[in-house]
Design a protein around this ligand. Structure first.
Ligand SMILES: [Zn+2]
Length: 251
């Protein structure tokens, strides 16, 4: 996503040097040159935040609207926050303008391996409607980020927040595969909005498609199987439907 792209900031050191006085025919001697100020580089990483205020004076800040004042490059966790903020922004607008009701954002909790929740213990990314929390396994997301790209992570988060909107709309009671494919569709609705708003880089949608393709159910998984998410083709079709026709089409 563009918002996570690191700006290439180069530190522009102003090198001020005294000009040679040149040939001076004045037998009395050269007139004194005015004293030039000594160049003091007090923004080593050139990110616009002076060293005195910069917690990471040798690493440029990632200017993307998140934690922009600490002077430090964003961490992976910041990616999650950027995506969640953007998905929440989309759903706030959608609830207000289309559904004419308020939107309450979900909590987000990061963990590694396994975690407890009001819904019991869980692993991988999941949503618990009883505590309105999106649980994100950092190991899984880091794998998606390194192997596929940032939009793979974005689609996972948008999918889980899709479950949160289902919860707000009383739709969590569907059988598993319906619920999961609808969440993929809702993620597609958000992705279309992010595309229109110029948030995506070239290749982002392919990253999202590959992410969903990899987590499709194995061939032969029954429709009513508990925990079924849909085949790779079904998941990509659901995402594409939400992307092409908007979140309203997902219901
Ligand atoms: Zn899901």
């Amino acid at each position: 996503m563009k918002s996570l792209r690191r700006a290439c900031l180069y530190c522009a050191l102003a090198v001020l040097s005294a000009l040679p006085s040149g040939c001076n025919s004045n037998p009395v001697g050269p007139s004194p040159l005015p004293q030039l100020p000594v160049a003091v580089n007090n923004d080593t990483d050139g990110d616009g935040i002076l060293n005195a205020l910069d917690r990471c004076p040798t690493q440029p800040e990632t200017k993307n609207g998140v934690f922009d004042r600490d002077g430090c490059p964003d961490q992976v966790a910041d990616l999650y926050a950027v995506v969640k903020n953007d998905v929440d922004l989309f759903w706030t607008g959608y609830f207000n303008s289309v559904l004419l009701r308020p939107y309450f954002s979900a909590n987000m909790r990061l963990f590694r391996g396994a975690t407890g929740s009001f819904c019991g213990s869980g692993s991988g990314p999941f949503y618990c409607g009883l505590d309105n929390t999106v649980y994100l396994d950092e190991g899984f997301l880091e794998s998606q980020l390194s192997r596929i790209g940032d939009f793979a992570v974005a689609v996972v988060i948008a999918h889980e927040i899709g479950h949160h909107t289902q919860n707000l709309l009383g739709l969590l009671g569907q059988i598993s595969i319906q619920k999961e494919l609808q969440a993929d569709c809702l993620a597609g609705g958000w992705a279309a909005s992010a595309t229109i708003r110029g948030q995506l880089d070239n290749g982002d949608l392919q990253e999202g498609a590959r992410s969903l393709f990899e987590v499709g159910d194995p061939a032969g998984t029954p429709w009513f199987a508990s925990g079924a998410h849909g085949s790779a083709a079904q998941r990509n079709q659901a995402f594409a439907t939400g992307f092409a026709r908007g979140a309203f089409s997902c219901s």
